[in-house]
Ligand binder design. Sequence first.
Ligand code: CUA
Length: 228
Amino acid sequence: MSTWANLGLQDSASPLMEQLIFFHDHALLILVMITVLVGYLMFMLFFNNYVNRFLLHGQLIELIWTILPAIILLFIALPSLRLLYLLDEINEPSVTLKSIGHQWYWSYEYSAFNNIEFDSYMIPTNELSTDGFRLLDVHNRIVLPMNSQIRILVTAADVIHSWTIPALGVKVDGTPGRLNQTNFFINRPGLFYGRCSESCGANHSFMPIVIESAPVNYFIKWISSNNS
Ligand code: CUA
């Protein structure tokens, strides 16, 4: 999760988020180079003494400053497209979790595991334990196995919500009447926090998501203790 004075992206917990961070840094570097160049040119314009009274056209410079930005944009467009298709790839998931957005909580279904289903409400501040995170912790956490391909199906029961986990690079809208799909791979154990990121009404800010990433045998233990 994001902690104090964290202005950048959170540390990644999945290979896709790692790629997203690489792409972010790459795009930012190109942005800085363009800003510095254009800033320098604009600044130097103030000290320009040349006057071209009879200048009407400059075919060559027009050609250069049209084609050059197009080539620079390709260096952003191609990696972006690569990442877009990489995020959409489904790699034989071993667990499928369905998350349903409600006003204002999430409910979850493990359809392949005896259809375990439960609601996941935020813990109100006055009920929070001393080690709990305000506005971020929930009553019922999702448990998922680490080092496994996980498929997430997202939908909603009332209005549009968005299932968003920054550390995993996941952000999928839950829309009533539709079923959206994404997948990820958690590469370390721990707690991963997320929240709804689609303005869904009065308590939009109070429907967080908590994933408990655990080793596979722990996950199996958890899922079978819920089966009885
Ligand atoms: Cu649900 Cu915002």
